[in-house]
Write a protein that binds this ligand. Structure first.
Ligand SMILES: Cc1cc2nc3c(=O)[nH]c(=O)nc-3n(C[C@H](O)[C@H](O)[C@H](O)COP(=O)(O)O)c2cc1C
Length: 161
């Protein structure tokens, strides 16, 4: 079956998601960040989560090869930083407000939740690599409104109810 990939992307975009930034260290100890919405909880016992990394990214090997990574769940005030870390080639954390973690790469300041992970395994998933992480530590620095991504645009929850 051939598939119209633009239409497929648009259909997938009908599923509203939160937005996260994954941070990881390169072999030379520089820290990098990438905006992702493929974050998914997987297992409570053991505590596992996953996200998917585009194999075509120049930074694929940094993120897929890192022995650990940090996931920061973004709030609405992170919209600009989310846009910045989704621009091609733009993975530096310079000038971004960060929060140190105990085990690994820094988190983004004022995140709703932070998960410090060890890489459990990686699996090929078409043009992406599925990165499974074991959560070693987590904390919830902020209770502000979550950043939402829907139909290719940033959005926010309607919290009137
Ligand atoms: C809301 C949003 C969610 C994204 N989710 C992912 C993701 O889950 N995995 C991924 O590899 N790239 C994702 N991207 C794309 C990357 O953030 C980024 O655009 C891409 O890595 C930049 O190209 P480069 O890595 O080749 O520099 C997402 C972008 C946006 C705006």
């Amino acid at each position: 079956m051939t598939m119209d990939s633009r239409a497929f992307r648009d259909a997938l975009g009908c599923f509203p998601t939160g937005v996260a930034v994954v941070t990881a260290a390169s072999p030379d100890a520089a820290h990098y960040g990438i905006t992702v919405n493929s974050f998914t909880s997987v297992s409570l016992e053991p505590p596992l989560l996953l996200w998917c990394m585009d194999r075509r990214s120049q930074r694929h090997d940094v993120f897929a090869g890192a022995s650990g990574f940090t996931v920061s769940i973004l709030g609405t005030e992170h919209r600009e930083v989310s846009s910045r870390l989704s621009r091609p080639g733009e993975h530096s954390l310079d000038g971004i407000a960060l929060l140190p973690t105990e085990l690994g790469p820094p988190a983004l300041a004022d995140s709703l939740a932070v998960f410090e992970c060890a890489r459990e395994n990686i699996t090929p998933g078409g043009d992406h690599t599925i990165i499974l992480g074991r959560v070693l530590r987590f904390f919830c620095p902020s209770s502000s409104a979550p950043l939402v991504y829907y139909r290719g645009k940033y959005s926010a929850l309607d919290q009137k109810n």
